[in-house]
Design a protein around this ligand. Structure first.
Ligand SMILES: Cc1ncc(COP(=O)(O)O)c(C=O)c1O
Length: 357
């Protein structure tokens, strides 16, 4: 049966709120009214603007590609959907990393793909291993799908591994789709894999690293012919983007340094706090956090639903149980809280871990 809903997304949107949300995977929201915006800047004349060139140029400029390689979409979510819909026909074989972001599997299933998984082993620090991919590749493989940074572990795949994947894909006429929604929080920031060759199709947005989830400004970077195919396909789904949102996204790009602000320093501090926290515990296994906004420790006592339930009940705090990433003895922790709040949340997590020992 093909997937017709995302249980993870539904849970992520409607789970009971708690005071200390270690469940998040984005930096704090950025208030757009802290930028110099006049109502006239939004051009509220009711017109829509197909493939709005200023936004394409802003994205192209920031990511070092020509605008003909940029396709706009509603968030990375729709970017992933559009990219996969343009690349997969029913019955096509698609290789997807494991663990991964649930919706990547859901979309491939919705599109009728035959899904095979390649493992990013916890015992190997969730490293992207091209040999694992090679062992699953067949002449029928049409698409290889991964996240970089990896959701949930935030492990960075380097150019050498990605090039090896590109080579594998080229051999069988496949493409590599990389969800790069966390890549701009690598330390230091890395270039999009779209620069590594025509096999690469990359998605991103102003959501996670920029705190502008509400804008729904996402995009795909792909070679021009494929980008054109995606624009044409999008006529079936959304026709054009909401124009005031496109205008706001252009303003955000004009002030991107201000939008980014202190977040890299805050994330660095929180990763450091996390690494100290884990070093002092013998009930958690976790690779040191180096990049990104999330981490994915293993709890030696088993199913982390139990830990999350206790955290919620006693400490007004929550984590993402690993079952959402097909690894129930792990859990995901987000670094996107102001540091004092993050420290309080960690103290609560520590107390909960002590209780349920
Ligand atoms: C890997 C990954 N891709 C995409 C998204 C959704 O991104 P957006 O808000 O830009 O649609 C998420 C959100 O959790 C994610 O983790």
């Amino acid at each position: 049966m093909r997937t017709l809903q995302s249980d993870y997304m539904h849970w992520a949107k409607f789970k009971p709120a708690v005071r200390y949300q270690l469940t998040g995977s984005e930096v704090p929201h950025f208030r757009m009214d802290s930028l110099p915006i006049a109502i006239a800047d939004l051009d509220l004349d009711g017109a829509s603007h197909p493939r709005y060139p200023p936004l394409r140029e802003a994205i192209a400029g920031r990511y070092g590609v020509g605008p003909e390689r940029v396709v706009a979409a509603d968030g990375t979510s729709m970017a992933n959907f559009l990219a996969m819909a343009a690349l997969i026909s029913p019955g096509d074989e698609v290789l997807i990393e494991q663990p991964t972001y649930e919706l990547l599997i859901g979309v491939a299933s919705f599109l009728g793909a035959t899904i095979t998984r390649f493992e990013r082993k916890a015992s190997d620090g969730f490293r992207l291993d091209p040999d694992q991919v090679a062992s699953m590749l067949t002449p029928q493989t049409r698409l290889i799908v991964l996240t970089n940074l990896h959701n949930p572990s935030s492990v960075l795949a380097g150019d050498a591994e990605l090039r090896a994947l590109g080579e594998l894909a080229r051999r069988v006429g496949a493409r590599v789709l990389i969800d790069e929604v966390y890549l701009d929080s690598a330390v230091p920031p890395r270039r999009s894999a779209v620069h590594l060759g025509p096999e690469f199709v990359c998605t991103n947005s102003l959501t996670k690293v920029y705190g502008l989830s509400g804008l729904r400004c996402g995009w795909i970077l792909a070679e021009p012919e494929l980008a054109e195919r995606m624009w044409r396909l999008n006529d079936l789904f959304g026709v054009n983007q909401a124009h005031p949102a496109e205008r706001l996204a252009c303003i955000a790009f004009e002030h991107i340094e201000k939008v980014v602000g202190d977040n890299p320093a805050m994330l660095a501090r929180n990763r450091e706090r996390w690494n100290e926290f884990v070093r002092a515990r013998d009930d958690l296994d976790c690779i040191p956090a180096e990049h990104g906004i999330t981490t994915f420790p293993r709890w030696r006592l088993g199913d982390t639903e139990r830990l999350d339930a206790h955290l919620r009940e006693r400490y007004d705090t929550a984590v993402v149980p690993g079952r959402w990433f097909e690894m129930p003895d792990h859990f995901r922790v987000g670094f996107g809280l102001p540091t004092p709040e993050f420290e309080d949340a960690l103290a609560r997590l520590g107390a909960a871990l002590d209780d349920v020992k």
